[in-house]
Design a binder for this molecule. Structure first.
Ligand SMILES: CC(C)(COP(=O)(O)OP(=O)(O)OC[C@H]1O[C@@H](n2cnc3c(N)ncnc32)[C@H](O)[C@@H]1OP(=O)(O)O)[C@@H](O)C(=O)NCCC(=O)NCCS
Length: 167
């Protein structure tokens, strides 16, 4: 099969904006962690769809942290981009910011690395185009993604042994 043409990081990058409504919050008036995770997955999945132009599924989420609360009425901004594509999977980095709509003050509240697998029409993993990093930052993230992948797969083998066993 011919080698797939690469795509730049910028081609699939995403910025999403939401407003936190009372239904998204806990009894303290803070946005629910599960709702933040949902938005992270959506933002990362859009990156994966744009990069692969195929169906994708989420296979792993790493390094998800919640540094500051997001309050009802705040705007939530999600920035997501591909760090690196592998064979049938790719890693997206998603950063979450809260923005005070009165002052405009913006602060990062979360970040995560999410791995997606591209699927063909029959639901089998299919090859993804290489990601082309441009500039120092993108190249650094590209290099670091390989090390994260090694650790992620090693951990998955240890903790979900059966997952990788073939029948
Ligand atoms: C993702 C899935 C299709 C992989 O199936 P599989 O039979 O393990 O396929 P493979 O062994 O060929 O692995 C496919 C890719 O997944 C990657 N992968 C598998 N397990 C992984 C893990 N725990 N973490 C990171 N990547 C993983 C493999 O490294 C491979 O990527 P590569 O080709 O770039 O190296 C399958 O596990 C699945 O359907 N999982 C459920 C997904 C889901 O429902 N998500 C939630 C809703 S979107």
């Amino acid at each position: 099969m011919a080698k797939r043409k690469g795509k730049t990081v910028a081609e699939s990058a995403v910025e999403m904006v939401e407003v936190v409504l009372p239904n998204d919050a806990n009894t303290l008036g803070n946005m629910l962690g599960g709702k933040v995770m949902h938005l992270i997955d959506i933002a990362g999945a859009i990156v994966a769809h744009r990069h692969t132009r195929s169906q994708v599924v989420t296979v792993a989420v790493d390094n998800l942290d919640f540094l500051y609360p997001i309050r009802v009425g705040d705007m939530v901004i999600l920035r997501a981009h591909i760090t690196r594509a592998f064979r049938t999977s790719l890693e997206a980095e998603v950063k979450v910011f809260r923005e005070d709509y009165l002052t405009g003050e913006r602060r990062q509240t979360s970040s995560a690395f999410v791995t997606y697998v591209a699927l063909d029409a029959s639901g089998k993993p299919q090859e993804v185009p290489p990601a082309i990093p441009r500039g120092t930052e993108e190249k650094r993230r590209y290099r670091e993604a390989l090390e994260r992948r090694r650790k992620r797969l090693a951990l998955a083998v240890r903790t979900h042994r059966r997952y990788f066993e073939k029948a």
